[in-house]
Design a protein around this ligand. Structure first.
Ligand SMILES: NC(=O)c1ccc[n+]([C@@H]2O[C@H](COP(=O)([O-])OP(=O)(O)OC[C@H]3O[C@@H](n4cnc5c(N)ncnc54)[C@H](O)[C@@H]3O)[C@@H](O)[C@H]2O)c1
Length: 343
């Protein structure tokens, strides 16, 4: 069995989940990590060499792949550099800051003949895969509607810890591209080809950030399915994602990492039909998807099965987010504020 010597670029929050997921694989060795932070401030796995410059890391180490766990604005330039050096890439979501960047990134795989894959791990969740199979089989009739609710809590400290997250120039947006991107991606996979979008991006909390903390949108698909999507970082806790799919004969709901089915004529008679695995030691709302997605990435590189999300596939949701933002330009998007009188 080939051992992959790999590098991690960006050793911050999500990189710890990658390191944990990689610890389950016998055929991958983290040979190097790169971060602009000094080595004492990051987690360097045993046996890995530290670099502050990713180009030097690529030059000096013979790497079989890199994981890009960097702020959004660095995905395109760093993926382009690594691909140009013929090093396969697993890039964290969002694939890029906007659709113009996606189009630039799309050509890398063919131009340099290397795999460039994207980490949209919720596609691997058991609950979601089971729901996808219900749509595909048609066993409960036609899908008619979708509802997605992604409500998380992100306070000023979250943005102060990593200031790029609150800046348009570095993050490309807020709750849509950073948190709800997985859920929007799932809505698109279930709904089919999107035809039109209505939407608004706004801020509920008075934080010192440029990016949106909330959004409501409606996507209408060519097959007539209508999806209502609510995303916000202004909740007081990280609620688990809710994804509801209404069919002619049943309603399916993913909530609390379980998939429920209820007959259309008795929607309270729910039964659990699938459950997600959670990865020990990782934040529960990330799911266990990183573990299986990363295993699949290396199986794919080994030619041993496995599947990956291409830049093109991961770009569809970025196009949707750009379109919600564009649609939202045409409405008043600040929330009005009044005090309630005590009399
Ligand atoms: N898939 C998921 O569920 C999930 C979850 C969280 C974050 N993410 C994504 O992971 C990426 C990173 O997010 P995060 O929350 O870990 O960010 P973070 O700020 O915690 O970590 C980013 C790291 O990159 C380092 N860095 C910045 N510029 C660098 C450079 N030029 N060279 C090397 N290192 C550099 C920073 O010092 C930091 O340690 C983002 O794309 C984010 O959207 C994905």
């Amino acid at each position: 069995m080939k051992t992959f010597n790999i590098g991690i670029i960006g050793d911050g929050t999500v990189a710890q989940t990658h390191i944990r997921a990689l610890s389950f694989l016998d055929n991958v060795h983290i040979a190097a990590v790169c971060d602009v932070k000094s080595p004492e401030k990051i987690n360097i796995p045993d046996g890995a060499v530290y670099y502050s410059d990713y180009k030097k890391m690529i030059e000096e180490q013979k790497l079989d792949a890199v994981h890009i766990c960097l702020p959004h604005y660095l995905h395109l330039p760093v993926a382009s550099y690594c691909a140009s050096k013929h090093v396969p890439v697993l890039c964290e979501k969002p694939v890029a800051m906007n659709y113009r960047e996606v189009e630039e990134m799309e050509g890398l795989q063919d131009k340099y003949g290397v795999t460039v894959a994207v980490c949209l791990q919720n596609r691997w969740n058991n609950t979601f895969r089971t729901l996808q199979s219900v749509v595909e089989s048609g066993k409960d009739g036609r899908l008619t509607g979708l509802k997605a609710v992604a409500l998380w809590a992100r306070d000023q400290a979250y943005y102060d810890r990593a200031p790029w997250r609150g800046r348009m120039e570095y993050a490309g947006g807020g709750c849509l591209i950073n948190q709800a991107v997985h859920t929007l991606d799932q809505v698109l996979l279930l709904g089919g080809k999107a035809k039109s979008v209505k939407g608004i991006v706004t801020n509920v909390l008075d934080l010192d950030i440029e990016v949106e903390d909330s959004s409501v949108s409606e996507v209408v698909f060519e097959n007539g399915v209508r999806a209502l999507i609510m995303a916000s970082n202004a909740n007081t806790v990280n609620s688990t994602i809710e994804l509801e799919a209404v069919f002619e004969n049943a309603v399916y709901t993913i909530k609390d990492y379980k998939l429920y089915r209820a007959p259309a004529d008795d929607t309270l008679a729910k039964s659990v039909i699938a459950e997600d695995e959670l990865m020990p030691g990782a934040k529960s709302y990330y799911g266990a998807g990183h573990k299986v997605l990363i295993k699949d990435f290396y199986d794919y590189l080994s030619g041993d099965g496995g599947r990956v999300v291409s830049v093109k596939e991961a770009g569809t949701v970025i196009k949707l987010i750009d379109t919600i933002r564009e649609a939202g330009r045409w409405c008043i998007c600040a929330l009005g504020w009044r005090e309630l009188s005590s009399s």
